[in-house]
Design a protein around this ligand. Structure first.
Ligand code: C2E
Ligand code: MG
Ligand code: MG
Ligand code: MG
Length: 288
């Protein structure tokens, strides 16, 4: 019995090992194939209005639904996508899915509902950027959404006249620009100066340290003060605790995102969340 068991185990181990050894495919090729196969899907995290706990919008966050490895985090594949030039088809694929999803619930989305999507510097500086955004915008049935383009501070942008004029074009077409992960990069302040930014998203590493020590809290106080003086709307990311929420409420930060409220969820769960208040709305939705 034991022998058969060992044989069985080694067979299984051998089989799965083989499967991996036969993988002559490079990570970039695997990602390219995943994009084509629709394995890169959008998750959605609600953005809250702290004043009345209503949902003001969502942020799109990419997930790789790998058939063998399960869900792969964007921290693992976005850098690969950026290096291999796949970030453009990846983002285009996400945009198309987001349009389809939002159109399915179009009439349930309130006027001004934020739909935020992340862009890498490689895409923002690419020739197709403005065209990609305008096509994306044209796809939405609901024309009263606020489409937010989240620009990360993580990767350096190539700021030149072309970029400034592209962002101005998008502004003129009703897009809002958010500077993501504010405070973590080197260029945040110069971006605020050079680019037409509407929102700054305070990175979770700042929010997470609130009330932990005096200096961190002071630092955040200054960042919030700066944003206010520049008339920027602030979004706080990574809100996890009541203590953090209390601080943000005291400072009139009304746009909040974090596990304290909701984790990123797949589309079907977003629909449930959006329609769960008040209760009768769910029934109406299920009926129609
Ligand atoms: P981000 O744009 O700053 O997104 C916020 C990240 O914080 C997300 O991680 C989200 O799941 C996580 N988060 C939200 N609330 C909390 C919280 O309360 N606590 C903690 N610990 N984390 C929280 P995620 O989804 O793993 O994405 C990581 C980063 O990958 C994103 O940071 C963004 O820079 C990048 N990314 C994700 N999707 C895309 C995409 O479609 N395109 C591009 N270019 N980048 C993307
Ligand atoms: Mg973001
Ligand atoms: Mg961020
Ligand atoms: Mg972040």
């Amino acid at each position: 019995g034991v022998l058969i068991f060992i044989l069985l185990i080694s067979c299984l181990a051998g089989w799965s090992l083989d499967k991996y050894l036969n993988k002559t495919i490079t990570p970039a090729d695997a990602l390219r194939r995943a994009i084509k196969n629709g394995e890169i899907i959008p998750y959605y995290q609600p953005v809250m209005d702290g004043r009345d706990n209503s949902i003001r919008g969502i942020e799109v966050l990419a997930r790789w639904k790998h058939p063998d490895a399960g869900f792969i985090s964007p921290a693992a594949f976005i850098p690969l996508a950026e290096k291999s030039g796949l970030i453009i088809p990846l983002t285009q694929s996400l945009m198309w899915q987001v349009v389809t999803h939002m159109n399915a619930i179009s009439s349930k989305l309130p006027e001004g509902f934020h739909v935020g999507i992340n862009f890498s510097a490689a895409h923002i500086n690419a020739a197709s950027f403005v065209e990609d955004c305008l096509k994306y915008q044209a796809g939405f049935v609901n024309k009263k959404l606020t489409l937010v383009l989240e620009v990360t501070e993580r990767e350096p942008l190539h700021v030149d006249e072309q970029l400034i004029s592209n962002l101005n074009t998008l502004h003129a077409n009703g897009f809002a620009i958010a500077l993501d992960d504010f405070g973590t990069g080197y260029s945040g302040l110069s971006y605020l100066h050079d680019l037409n930014i509407d929102y700054i998203k305070i990175d979770q590493s700042f929010v997470g340290r609130v009330n932990e020590d005096e200096d961190s809290t002071k630092l955040l106080d200054c960042v919030l003060d700066l944003a206010r003086k520049l008339s920027l709307t602030i979004v706080a990311e990574g809100v996890e605790t009541q203590t953090q929420l209390d601080y943000l409420n005291r400072n009139n930060i009304s746009l909040l995102q974090g596990y304290y409220f909701y984790k990123p969820v797949k589309f079907v769960d977003l629909v449930k969340i959006l329609l769960s208040k008040p209760k009768e709305k769910i029934e109406r939705y299920i009926e129609s």
